[in-house]
Write a protein that binds this ligand. Structure first.
Ligand SMILES: [Zn+2]
Length: 202
């Protein structure tokens, strides 16, 4: 598949097969999405040193208080554009809706180390602090940073398929499936290196 490095404006929209499907699934997806930050936060200090997440401006004060309660360190990293659906971009808002990209960390030292590694795109260090598998960090550096794929599904499937040019992914481990992340449903915070990444499935 040909990959163009200069894509058009990013867009993502939801379509439903029926009004009944929307009535059933839209509230469920909304509930799952709303709980994601709580899942991210709960894992910091338990099985990893830090997390990066997005917080609505109106929720930042309450979120900050919760982080302080847990004696974690909050760092506001950037403002990013926010829309009704998924966005991979980090375009500075131009008077439009935005969210804060923030990190929470187990200490000031970890918070500073993460900020530095994030700015330098030192993905191995970022992955170590965020608890992401190193195989997936290498994949992210090669696809997102170097090849500028901002939807990594194809190269991820390519990794699953190996050298076969006929892409046909089968027997996907549900624990590595990212295909609902565009509507806000995900099992893990990182982008796996393939549909059979054992470290992600764990
Ligand atoms: Zn991996």
């Amino acid at each position: 598949m040909k990959h163009y490095r200069t894509p058009g404006p990013e867009w993502c929209r939801r379509q439903w097969v029926s009004a009944e499907a929307r009535a059933l699934w839209a509230p469920r997806i909304q509930a799952i999405t709303a709980d994601w930050n709580a899942v991210e936060c709960a894992t910091v200090g338990a099985c990893r040193q830090a997390a990066v997440l997005h917080v609505d401006p109106g929720q930042l004060a309450a979120f900050s208080a919760k982080v302080a309660e847990r004696r974690l360190v909050l760092n506001v990293m950037a403002q990013v554009g926010a829309g009704p659906s998924y966005t991979s971009g980090t375009v500075a808002p131009d008077g439009g809706a935005f969210q804060y990209k923030v990190s929470i960390a187990t200490s000031k030292a970890v918070s500073a180390q993460l900020a530095s590694a994030w700015a330098d795109k030192a993905q191995a260090t970022v992955a170590e602090l965020l608890g992401y598998p190193q195989c997936c960090a290498e994949f992210f550096a090669a696809t997102w940073d170097e090849a500028e794929w901002h939807d990594t599904t194809w190269p991820m499937a390519d990794g699953h398929q190996g050298a076969d040019p006929h892409l046909a992914v089968a027997d996907v481990n549900p624990g590595t499936n990212i295909l609902l992340r565009w509507v806000g449903v995900r099992w893990f915070p990182h982008l796996p290196c393939s549909f059979e990444c054992e470290h992600t499935a764990q």
